[in-house]
Design a protein around this ligand. Structure first.
Ligand code: OAD
Length: 264
């Protein structure tokens, strides 16, 4: 990471360090300085980029395809109406991948769990990801705004239950669908998300392209410093007070260590 990751705007607010020598831990110290003695609740938005280091595919940057499928063929209510077998098969394959031995939480996931354990105020993860890697890393305060791969939902009643076996469209009387927010559908738990953002005094955004709203606008809802962690600059980078560009498995643990160690 050290040769690739670079701070962008990392020194915007009153820093004296030369940016060429900056590390994510320095940004953490800068953030703490901006917070004064306060240790406010932290809101963290995560996207597909945080799970890229665990071998899971991101959504964009691949010709608009997701694992070889057009998104509109597998991730819209219309797609499910037209071809439930294909949609179930697609999500069954994603579940199999998620459950394979080579997919485990990476250092960025575990760093966020460490932050939750060590920080004196609430640390809440608002994730666009439908995987369960934050849970497996031992984070406990997680809002899955786009649903959960390992759950299914009754199309009429909204009841959710753990996915246990392959769904093929006729499973459980045919009324069950993946517990996934598809294009054109409303996000889950909007009130809890709004309360989390309103009470937070620090916002971290990790591995999201910033192209899907409302998540792309969350940075404007938190009063306080904000840090973007992404492989590359995004369309919303300028909205953050600090940004680090490099693999999340490198930048996030270093930042968290700086925040927690300096906060002792
Ligand atoms: P995207 O696939 O759109 O973007 C992934 C982001 O992660 C990109 O900005 C990459 O640069 C960045 N990235 C990739 N590898 C990284 C790494 N190792 N470290 C840090 N960053 C990395 O995924 P999202 O922004 O999460 O919604 O997509 C948002 C939503 O769009 C998804 O939740 C999904 C999709 O439509 C629904 O399914 C409702």
């Amino acid at each position: 990471m050290r040769s690739h990751a670079r701070p962008v705007g990392g020194m915007k607010i009153g820093s004296t360090l030369p940016s060429g020598h900056m590390q994510p831990a320095d940004t953490a110290i800068e953030v703490l300085r901006q917070l004064g003695g306060r240790r406010p609740p932290i809101a963290i938005l995560t996207g597909a980029g945080i799970s890229a280091g665990s071998g899971l595919a991101t959504f964009r940057g691949n010709g608009g395809l997701w694992e070889g499928h057009r998104v509109e063929d597998v991730a819209t209510p219309g797609a499910f109406d037209r071809n439930p077998e294909l949609v179930h098969r697609f999500y069954n394959e994603r579940r199999a991948k998620l459950q394979s031995q080579d997919v485990t939480p990476n250092a960025a996931h575990t760093a966020l769990a460490r932050l939750e354990a060590m920080w004196p105020a609430d640390v809440t993860i608002i994730t666009q990801n439908v995987d369960d890697l934050h849970e497996r890393a031992s984070s406990t305060s997680i809002i899955h705004m786009h649903g959960e791969l390992m759950q299914i939902r009754h199309a009429q009643t909204g009841e959710t239950r753990a996915w246990k076996d392959h769904c093929d469209g006729t499973t459980l009387d045919g009324h069950w669908r993946p517990h996934i927010v598809w294009f054109g559908e409303a996000i889950l738990e909007p009130d809890r998300i709004e309360a989390c953002l309103r009470s937070a005094g620090l916002f971290l955004c990790i591995g999201t392209a910033g192209q899907v709203y409302p998540a792309a606008g969350f940075v404007h809802d938190v009063a306080g410093p904000s840090v973007e962690f992404n492989l590359d600059p995004t369309s919303i980078t300028d909205a953050f007070t600090h940004a680090w560009h490099g693999p999340a498995v490198d930048t996030v643990p270093e930042f968290v260590d700086g925040l927690v160690d300096a906060g002792d």
